[in-house]
Design a protein around this ligand. Structure first.
Ligand SMILES: *Cc1c(COP(=O)(O)O)cnc(C)c1O
Length: 224
């Protein structure tokens, strides 16, 4: 890796931070990126690192430490929860009561309260994870009954190939679910995070109400 590629990452971050409207948080989706590249992004102003794999995150965490927010954005397997709750400050991909209960149990053992988002399978794609739209409210009610979880909002991927306009209805649906949840005034919930949009779709996601976007390629370049 040369200085040129690190400089390029920093320039991408600076441009993005100028471009994003106030109130929209930028998550650097760091899967497959070596710690040096993540550090470069942090030096240019990144404050939230998104990781898909617990083991990869553990390696980056050892280098970088607690100076950023660590956000889990991958599919969390039950047998990885114990390690995950030691590293992460927020888990964006809770999609079942079983997973929520496991996170609750492991956080209780650490005396930690974990902010979580419910991942919504807004496109009802069989190959994707996430709660189906009609499962969101019952799952949200169940999560607010778990003392070591704090429900903070919703996350969705949406279909992410091709034209970003095709993702718009799924972002809109997720925004509606978010507003419906807020209207329930669930005790203990603090619903203020709507995480949607990736490199090809973040502009559309922001138009549809996202206040957190997760960008990998736009920051680090293509993954191989
Ligand atoms: C990889 C990933 C992203 C970022 O994808 P890009 O298209 O590279 O911006 C966002 N969210 C999740 C959940 C991811 O796995």
């Amino acid at each position: 890796m040369n200085d040129h590629s690190l400089e390029h990452i920093k320039e991408n971050v600076r441009q993005l931070l100028k471009e994003l409207p106030p109130g929209v948080e930028l998550v650097a989706a760091a899967k497959q990126q070596p710690p040096e590249k993540i550090v470069a992004a942090i030096e240019a102003g990144i404050r939230i690192i998104g990781e898909n794999y617990v083991q990869e995150a553990a390696e980056a965490f050892m280098v970088i430490g607690k100076k950023v927010q660590w956000s889990f954005i991958g599919h969390l397997q039950k047998n990885k929860v114990k390690k995950a709750v030691e590293i992460f400050d927020i888990i964006e991909t809770v999609d079942s009561l079983e997973l929520a209960a496991e996170i609750n149990k492991r956080c209780a053992a650490l005396g930690k309260i974990m902010p979580v988002l419910i991942e919504v399978n807004s496109g009802r794609e069989p190959q994707k994870f996430g709660a189906l739209p009609e499962e969101v409210e019952p799952l949200a009610r169940a999560i607010t009954g778990l003392p070591n979880l704090k429900l903070r909002g919703l996350m969705t991927m949406g279909p992410f190939e091709g034209d970003p306009e095709e993702a718009r209805p799924y972002f809109r649906l997720t925004r509606q679910l978010f507003e419906q949840l807020k209207a329930l005034n669930l005790p203990g919930a603090e619903l203020n995070i709507l995480s949607m949009g990736m490199t090809n779709s973040y502009r559309v996601a922001i138009e549809e109400g996202a206040n957190r976007v997760r960008l990998g390629t736009r920051i680090f370049g293509p993954r191989f």
